[in-house]
Design a protein. Structure first.
Length: 573
């Protein structure tokens, strides 16, 4: 069976082009990860690629782990699927001893703490929040490839510190870091790029090792990451980039969608494939997404893969207060669960972390279990660490019990009861984590041994392949990128919340629009938008984005006036 057999026509076109510059413009839900992995597998199957000569670059360790897992499932091992940082750090650690006769510098483990120490040396006392903002500015400066002097010319004020003090503190931070022989995360990319630029032997060695590059989420690359990619490539052309300009939501961290939008200008003979068939969302949801992004640079026109004209249209609900909004969402979610929907199939998304507390409280009051995305990672939870260690210990102890009974006994000994604790709080979180491990054991193939299961848990931890928790997910829009749920609630669609209050320029509002688009396209079956007329003592108006998608948002409304777009799009497929 060919690696291309499971792809649709456009996906197959993208995966078939193995040489030369390739840009895959992949809309939400169009199968970009499938295209990336099947393209690499096709290259290996046909002999065009040697796995060890391929580097697939993405932005998070979790995404890199998913790429490795999918490639293994296709029978392809040995591909370097890494983040920009991990790839650069591996190269620094390998070449630094040869170049300097010493080990590579240590990595700063806490930029805010080091900034605080530098501030102490200047007799400054900025607050923790100010130090976090300064740390973010340092990161932005470096990935934008600006010197401290060039940064000062940008005029980016930070509350709690004068501009001249900010510049002086940045310089003091760099001096303290150098004195301690340390690098921060951004220095890793800068040092690797500098090494490739100044050491021809190193550049030749890296380019000999890696011949074929694939970059996922290319809309999110920064100038520094793009420069490093150019140095990895040298004068070669075997580059495939995959991205969606409508999902550029990290400009504040240095991402520049221009590298994707201008790819054809950089490579005039590039093969460009547009993936617009969406396999995730119902037609009315795609109609809302298309309406929001219509006319924006690089926007793709998503077409539903299935013609389900009876699909439920998205709704908009206005509430008087944020508390009433949270209670309304909780009531709707509780009703869905009572009708048989799994909590794991439901997500509530919002613009800022501060919006989560009232939602958690409202859901807990109705006995609905929740987990907050972006909190402690599953395999970093103390209950999970304890369970993995106990299972590894049990694997080496002789027992007459079978695999599943032993797992149950171990988890029961750690506190897994038949009935869950009340929703909300650490006890319920720990119970849900242990129950997720038990579900993995229940789903393990027949004949699995305890040792194999414990090893599989360790492998999942390494790849950050977290099991599904039977909880409703609460998440910021940023953290939800790349994920999907059958039922999605988008709360806080009011001016000042989305777009957020400090989005004042055209570019900032446009980024908020893309963030709203990301939220909409997380939904597969149903989508519910809501907003509150008041927040504290202040009055709020409905988000301007509600008007853009075709609703006045007065009371409870069905987005009927955008539904015909979905039917038109479906016929075009």
């Amino acid at each position: 069976m060919s690696a291309l057999d499971a792809l649709d026509e456009r996906q197959r076109e993208a995966a078939s082009v193995l040489r030369g510059p390739v840009a895959v413009l992949a809309g939400a839900g169009t199968g970009k990860t499938r295209v990336i992995t099947h393209r690499i597998a096709h290259g290996v199957d046909t002999g065009a690629y040697s796995p060890s000569r391929v580097m697939a670059v993405t932005f998070t360790a979790k995404a890199a782990g998913e790429l490795r897992g999918r490639l293994r499932a296709l029978g392809v091992g040995g591909v370097a699927a890494r983040t920009f940082h991990s790839a650069a750090l591996a190269q620094l650690n390998f070449f630094w001893p040869t170049l300097t006769g010493d080990t590579a510098p240590a990595i700063v483990d806490n930029k805010v703490r080091l900034l605080g120490q530098a501030a102490d040396g200047m007799r400054l006392r900025p607050g923790t929040a100010t130090l976090r903002d300064i740390a973010s500015e340092i990161e932005w400066r470096k990935v934008s490839m600006l010197s401290i002097e060039q940064y000062a010319e940008q005029g980016r004020p930070i509350s709690g510190i004068r501009p001249e003090q900010l510049v002086e503190l940045m310089a003091a931070y760099e001096a303290l870091k150098d004195e301690r022989r340390q690098l921060d995360f951004e220095d890793v990319l800068l040092a690797c790029a500098g090494m490739l630029e100044t050491e021809p032997r190193v550049a030749a060695s890296v380019r000999e090792q890696y011949r074929h590059f694939t970059v996922d989420e290319f809309q999110d690359v920064s100038p520094l990451q793009n420069r490093l990619l150019e140095l990895w490539l040298g004068d070669r052309r075997d580059l495939c980039v995959v991205g969606d300009a409508s999902q550029t939501i990290y400009s504040f961290a240095g991402a520049q969608q221009r590298f994707l939008l201008e790819f054809e200008r950089r490579w005039p003979d590039a093969t460009v494939v547009r993936l617009e068939t969406n396999y995730r969302s119902q037609p009315p949801i795609l109609a809302v997404a298309n309406a929001l992004m219509r006319g924006r640079p690089g926007a793709l026109d998503l077409v539903p893969a299935r013609d389900d004209f009876a699909a439920e249209a998205p709704t908009v609900t206005a509430f008087d207060t944020e508390t009433e909004e949270a209670e309304g969402i909780a009531a709707s979610i509780a009703a869905r669960i009572a009708s048989g929907v799994s909590p794991a199939d439901i997500a509530v998304l919002y613009r800022a972390h501060a919006q989560s507390a009232v939602l958690q409280q409202a859901l807990a009051a109705r006995g609905v279990p929740t987990s907050v995305l972006g909190g402690t990672r599953f395999f970093d939870m103390p209950e999970v660490r304890q369970a993995v260690l106990a299972l590894r210990g049990a694997a080496v102890a002789p027992t007459d019990a079978g695999f599943l009974p032993t797992v149950r006994d171990v988890l029961r000994g750690l506190g897994l009861t038949e009935e869950p604790p009340a929703a909300g709080g650490a006890q319920r979180d720990g119970w849900e984590a242990r129950r997720a491990i038990l579900r993995l054991a229940e789903e393990a193939p027949d004949g699995t041994t305890l040792r194999e299961f414990a090893d599989a848990l360790m492998a999942r931890a390494k790849d950050q392949h977290e099991p599904t928790m039977q909880t409703v997910t609460l998440s910021t829009l940023h953290a939800a990128k790349g994920l999907e749920w059958p039922h999605v609630y988008l709360s806080g669609w009011a001016e000042g919340a989305l777009p957020i209050s400090y989005a004042s320029t055209f570019e900032q509002v446009d980024e908020e629009r893309r963030l709203a688009y990301v939220g909409i396209t997380r939904a597969a079956r149903t989508l519910a938008l809501s907003w509150a007329r008041s927040a504290g003592r202040g009055e709020r108006a409905p988000s301007r984005f509600l008007a853009e998608i075709g609703t006045t948002a007065r009371g409870t409304g069905i987005l009927r006036d955008v539904a015909p777009t979905a039917r038109t799009g479906a016929r075009r497929g």
